[in-house]
Design a protein around this ligand. Structure first.
Ligand code: SF4
Length: 424
């Protein structure tokens, strides 16, 4: 979501006549796009703002802005704490950045971004496309519904037109974004749920691959699983945040499923899509999580064997229900549990990747390798990174069958096993 918003911010500034510089000392405008899911992310922004003060002192007229979820959450408080910040812009108000650059100020009203905004994409072959903003779930630890508001789906026709224009512009892969894409369409008279939307995007000429994130396990339907199997452009990767592997913890998190529900869902997904890549999010040390409850999460990780996991220790967010629970765990306990999960998951990812060596995977070459001009990089359909040693120069945008030669925690090195199978 933040990457997509950053590309919009860059597009807005470029449209207003701006261009990027690689040295903050030379910038007339510095905008920080922020996250507020964890306290650590917020503290880093305050630290960064401290560093930026000297640039502003040396360059009178420089504007500093804070955008995104932390801007939304902190609002006026941010301006009081860091008075040299010129503007504070929440995620629903990014379109107001050019106007705020003139006079400064604060824009944190809840609403909808205009459907069409200029975007400066980091990779011309790939686009982030938001299909639904906000979240209605109010998991007890999560700040997102408070800073990004309730669910608002974008009309299917607008999304399809946007992706057709992207395809005409050379884009070959889209990632559809939403806090919970499985809720897509429920809030509007659209006659189109997320599975239908995938089918409509699958029919767009020029688009070769469709990815999406995130799927809430309680809302993942069999229709969506079927869409992944039936629609050739939809890639076999599901990000399915589990958050905990213990029923009592899940109940107190307000996740709306049990461990058995989650396992049953994974069984159905794997039966329908045997080559699926599964990734997840997990929180270690949620308030009141006993050692045995945590070990249930460890057990779940050992049995599901995710390809990848985004792991964090619990971070209390003021205003959420979990932050006021009495049984907050000491930081040392949360960190120790997190370290255990990270170590376990590293081994699992390495084992899964090792087992794939020798296999042939379809890779879309989408970028140069910054550390080696002799090779190119791309992703498998499951979303794993591959460095391709003998990719032809100018092969960006091609889809190639690649034999995986060597496995790493981050992905693979490999070589093409046939002439490029499909060009841009
Ligand atoms: S579904 Fe995700 S974004 Fe929504 S409240 Fe729960 S954790 Fe937060």
């Amino acid at each position: 979501m933040n990457k997509a918003d950053s590309e919009r911010i860059a597009g807005l500034l470029s449209n207003a006549g701006g261009s990027s510089v690689d040295d903050p000392a030379k910038a007339d405008i510095i905008l920080l796009n922020t996250c507020s899911v964890r306290d650590h992310a917020e503290q880093r922004i305050y630290g960064k703002l401290g560093e930026l003060k000297r640039y502003k002192n040396n360059r009178p007229g420089m504007k500093i802005g804070v955008c995104g979820c932390m801007a939304q959450k902190e609002g006026e408080a941010l301006l009081s704490r860091v008075p040299y910040v010129d503007m504070v812009v929440g995620p629903d108000n990014l379109h107001r950045i050019p106007e705020l650059l003139l006079d400064g100020g604060i824009a944190v009203e809840e609403g909808n971004l205009p459907n069409v905004l200029p975007v400066q994409r980091e990779n011309d072959l790939h686009a982030w496309v938001t299909v639904i903003r906000g979240c209605n779930n109010f998991c007890s630890y999560c700040i997102v519904p408070y800073v990004r508001g309730r669910e608002r789906s974008r009309p299917a026709g607008v999304i399809v037109d946007e992706i057709k224009a992207l395809a005409d512009d050379g884009c070959r892969e889209v990632t559809l974004l939403g806090q919970n894409v499985n809720s897509y369409g429920k809030d509007i008279t659209n006659d189109c749920d997320f599975a239908d939307l995938l089918a409509r995007i699958n029919a767009i000429d020029g688009i070769k691959r469709i990815r999406f994130a995130t799927s809430h396990p309680k809302d993942m339907s069999d229709r969506l699983i079927r869409a992944i199997t039936d629609l050739p452009k939809v890639c076999e990767h599901i990000h399915l945040p589990v958050q905990a592997g213990d029923d009592d913890t899940l109940r107190r998190m307000g996740r709306g499923y049990t461990v058995a529900d989650y396992r049953w869902l994974v069984d159905r997904i794997r039966a329908a899509i045997p080559n699926i890549t599964l990734s997840t999010d997990v929180i270690a040390g949620f308030p009141g999580e006993s050692e045995s409850a945590f070990q249930n999460t460890v057990k779940l990780f050992k049995s599901i064997r995710y390809d990848q996991a985004f792991m964090f220790y619990y971070s209390p967010r003021t205003g959420t229900r979990a932050a006021s629970l009495k049984e907050q765990l000491p930081l040392a306990v949360r960190k120790r549990r997190l370290a255990e999960l990270i170590e376990l998951q590293k081994n699992i990812t390495c084992e899964i990747n090792e087992a794939a060596v020798g296999k042939v995977e379809e890779v879309m070459i989408d970028r140069d390798n910054p550390s080696d001009t002799e090779s190119m990089m791309g992703l498998t359909r499951g979303g794993k990174k591959v460095v391709i040693k003998e990719a032809a120069p100018g092969s960006r945008g091609s889809v190639v069958n690649v034999r995986l030669n060597q496995a790493y925690l981050w992905g693979f090195t490999g070589e093409p096993v046939e002439a490029l199978c499909s060009n841009r």
